[in-house]
Design a protein around this ligand. Sequence first.
Ligand code: ANZ
Ligand code: ZN
Length: 767
Amino acid sequence: MSRYYPQKVEKRWQKIWAKEEISLARDISPKSKKYVLIEFPYPSGEGLHMGHLRPYVAGDVYSRYFRMKGFEVMYPIGWDAFGLPAENFAIKKGIHPAITTERNIKNAKKQVNNWGISFDWSREIDTTDPNYYRWTQWIFLRLFKAGLAYQATGLINWCPKCLTGLANEEVIEGKCERCNTTVVKKEMRQWYLRITAYAEKLLKGLRNLNWPEAIKIQQENWIGRSEGALIEFKIPDSGLRIEVFTTRPDTIFGATYLILAPEHELISNIKNQISNIAEVEKYIEESKKKTDIQRTAEGKEKTGVELKGVKVINPANQKEISVWIADYVLAGYGTGAIMAVPAHDERDAEFAKKFNLPFSDAALVDPEEAVKKVSGGKVVQYKLRDWVFSRQRYWGEPIPIIHCVQCGVVPVPEKDLPVKLPKIKKYQPTGTGESPLAAVGKWVKVKCPNCRGEGRRETNTMPQWAGSSWYYLRYTDPQNKKQFADPVKMKHWLPVDEYFGGLEHTTLHLLYSRFWHLFLYDQGLVPIAEPYTRRIPHGIVLAEDGEKMSKSRGNVVNPDEVVKEYGADTLRMHELFLGPHEETVSWNSQGIVGIKRFIDRVWLLAQKDPREHSEETERVLQETIKKVGGDIEGIKFNTAVSALMIAANKIYDHGASEEQLEKFLKILAPFAPHLAEEIWRKVLGHKKSIYLEEWPAFEARYLQKAEVSLVVQINGRTREVLKVKRDLSEEEVKRIVLSSGKLQKYLAGQTIKKVIYLPNRLINFII
Ligand code: ANZ
Ligand code: ZN
């Protein structure tokens, strides 16, 4: 009897599967389609890690299962290869990012192949390929022509380490999402995408999606819809007015003062009127140094300065009230001004106490009436801001725009796409707010497509989120030279049925790509409104010590090392067995030995002779077929693995016919693809792959047999026959009997001297 050497066996099948195109998804097929997607990876120099393995294996089990269930499954992969890390790595090593990217892709590809992931390589895409980003630029132009891409100068988030502007979504608790450096505000010209125009659609579309509730809520909160009113407060004898946004117009009689954000534009207009302007300007300077998070943190002591010499009239009661600036009022929300109602609002109350401002317990009024009487207007406000879309870095898609002295902002004609990123030697960020491309004179200088006069190319590039905003569309038709994808193919494959991914992209990728998709839908360019039907998040894999895996801690488990030592099948099953897919789990180096033993045991089982049919085995198989299928569809891979292990032990004990062994192999196949195929073809001698087989059907008659009729005797006399689950322990049966009303009458108050239990047949109480 030979031992099982996964390292040898696995490589062989990986090659054969590639040749046999086992995972190729056909566009024209009589089968129902299933589109399974993982978030395509960023190909870094470090290679792929456990964080990639987890969703890829999950998607792989799912895809292999549904192929066997008779679906045409598309499970593609590509590379999200633009972005800062490649560029930073290149700067450090002095190698061009195009070269390192190619190298890293090659390596990552090898990795996922070693893990036995059944991706459809014929659909591979790379966002840095001009054939791909040509269409990213094309969609940008569509947005531009629809008025949804615009330039503006404003205060934006700036990362002083990455030396680039950032979108709000990339600022996590005041820090850069990439490098964790505290973000500062900087006034700059930027490109924006008007995602706010889609706020309502982004909210509404969420409702019908099969996403975890927590993710929906997070996205809803980020969009932050709130209904309220705009109300004007006049500055007497000036013709000026201050507009506030309030969600509580009913409290207007209690508004005893007004607060502006320190950045409010009115302040510079009424400078002469402010008698303490020096103090005010000092406060404005100080607040510039704080992030929004610091400014609005709960429990932070309220600060502010009165604008002395300025008063406004409360339109509800005509009372004159004072005006203040305070940093807890943000410039970027509502109108950047509030009416303060200390009697009803906690933050206002804190502020009023500190500065000795009046509280008013005036009665609430009907909100509708209040708005009418003060001639305000009902409005809806969103927390969502427009998406800052330009980056002052080299390694990204050039924004296809030409600036002309005569004509202003001119889009590059579609026929001139792609605007290729020039290969240059000096790609270091400049830090001046200009992208390194600005120094490439030859590339920048270009004729205006409109007037043929002298023009300059836009030198900012797109953020790393651009290419990923539509990549799942390209998978449906990756080679298309005429369109970003053929509508017929999109209609066939969309929507994505299952989207496996991380929890960190809720307000980044998932928000951005839904926005692009909804826009393309409005333009009639995609067949359905929402791209991702079901979202399946996974928890992180922590190191064995329960800490995050990190180089500096030295606790990183490298999946490739595990493959070398134990083989891919063991790695896959162990990883799935660590815990529920959506939960954070810790690596466990002891448990892996158990999985390895399981793999060896199945191998032994396949060598066992003679092979005879066993009813016991059949019953186990039937239950396991049902359980494993249900678990895969319900994303409960850990319990599926456990069911397979239990089944293998029982089958080992009871024996199995060839047909029974085959059934077991088929349900094991999605999890341990190499082992299953090796036994299927090499031991059992089948010519064709096990992945062309059908998932075994289970027969109800066996499942009914999961219940048995148990005779209950008292002192040897039969008193009852109970239907109970098979294989219960004596304790479990006792509990059932003692809670049965009919039997209680015999047993109540009696001392049970002895219990005789014959599993699945009889229990006899001696009293
Ligand atoms: C008066 C009032 C009375 C308010 C009351 C609340 C309670 P959401 O739900 O988040 O939209 N507000 C408006 N603009 C603001 C800004 N730029 N910075 C900080 N706070 C601002 O909150 C809306 C409420 O937050 C508004 O309603 C306003 O205070 C405040 F008993 O007006 B309210
Ligand atoms: Zn021109």
